[in-house]
Design a protein around this ligand. Sequence first.
Ligand code: C5P
Length: 397
Amino acid sequence: MLKGKHIILGITGSIAAYKAAYLTRLLIKKGAEVQIVITPSGKEFITPVTLSALTGKPVVSEFFTANTGEWHSHVDLGLWADAMVIAPATASTIAKMATGVADNMLITTYLSAKAPVFIAPAMDLDMYRHPSTQSNLKTLQSYGNYIIEPASGFLASGLEGKGRMEEPENIIAYLENYFSAGLSYAGKKVMVTAGPTYEKIDPVRFIGNHSSGKMGYAIAEEFARRGADVMLISGPVNLQCSSRIRRIDVVSAKEMCAVAKEEFLKTDIAVMCAAVADYAPKDYSETKIKRNGDLTIELVPNPDIAATLGVIKRENQILAGFALETNDEEQNAKSKLVKKNLDYIVLNSLADKDSCFGYDTNKITIISQNGQKAEYPLKDKKEVAKDIVEYTSLLIK
Ligand code: C5P
C-alpha cells in the first residue's frame, strides 16, 4: 500500500522524536520513499545523522545550506509528496500550522503541500487538553488535515494521561487505511500518451511542437496514485516519472501508434494526451540537407492514434482525448469527439492565459459523448489531473 509512495516525515521537538526513527524504518520497509523535514528543536531530540542513515537522503531543516548556499525548495517538496506526516507534532508546531506562522522549513513545506497531511500530536496531557491546543487541532481538521489522536499512557513528564504520540505501527496502519480507501483504480490498466512526437527530416532536423508533457505525466501519476497499473507512452520530453509507472519512450507518431495499438488491447482506460505531429516528411534524408536556395519538404499525414483506437475500442473500454484549440473551441472539440469515437474530450484553449504548452497550470472543459460540459477554473496541472481522473471514475461501467 505504501510502496513507492513519497512521504514527507516532519519531526518536531518532542521527546517522542525517538519514535520517529522507528517510524522512518517502518515506512522504508513498506517501500515508501521518505524525506525528513525537521524543526530546529527537533534536532535537539534526534540527530539528522540517524535519520538520513535510515532514509538514504539528507535531512532538510534549514531553508538553505549555510556553507554552500544551496536552496531547499519547500514548494518542490510539497508537490513531490503523496503524504506529509508530522510525527511527533508539538503544541507549538500545531499552533503555527493552524495560524500559518511560516518561520521554519517544516511549516513552509506544510503550507505548500498539496498532499494529505497527517498530524500525530505528542505532548503532556495538560498541554494537549488546553483549549488553545484543542481549538488549533479543530482548525487543522477543518482545513482537511487528519489528526492521529494521541494515546493515553505513561508520559515523559511522569504523569499519566492522553498525549503520548501514537505508536509507529498504528501510524503506518492509519496511512495504509487511508491509501487503500483512495485506491479506486486498483486492478485497472490505464494507458496515457504524453509529450510531442518528433518527425525526422534528416539526422539533424525534425518537425516537432512545444508540448512539455507535463499534463500527460500528471495524469499518469494521478492514476497511479489511485492504484491503477499505468503505462505511459511518452514522446521526447525532459520529465521523470515515479517508479510505480511503466513507461515506454518513443520518438515519432508511427512509433507511438504501434506501441499504443498493442497496449490498448490490454487497457481499460486510455487517455490520449500526446501532441502528435499530424504530418511527417515523406522522405528521410540519410545525410544532412545542405542549404541550397528554397527547400520544399513534402509531408504525408501521420496515423491518427486516437481515431485508430476509437475503431477497435471494445464496449467496456474508456477512450479519452484532448483538444487544443485556438478558435471555435467547443465546436472543434465536439467534432473530434465524434470523429475519434471518444468517451470524452478535454478541451483547452491557447486563448486562455497561463494554459496549455509549457505552463504548470491549465484551464479545461470536459465534454462528454452526450454533449454535457464540465468547466473547471485555472489550476495547477496536478490538480487538473485529479479532476480528469475523478471524472473518468464516473464513466467506469
Ligand atoms: O485532431 P487533434 O490532433 O486536434 O486531436 C487531438 C487528440 O487526438 C489528442 O487526444 C491527441 O493525443 C490525439 N491524436 C492522436 N494522433 C494524432 C493526432 C492526435 O492520437 N495523429
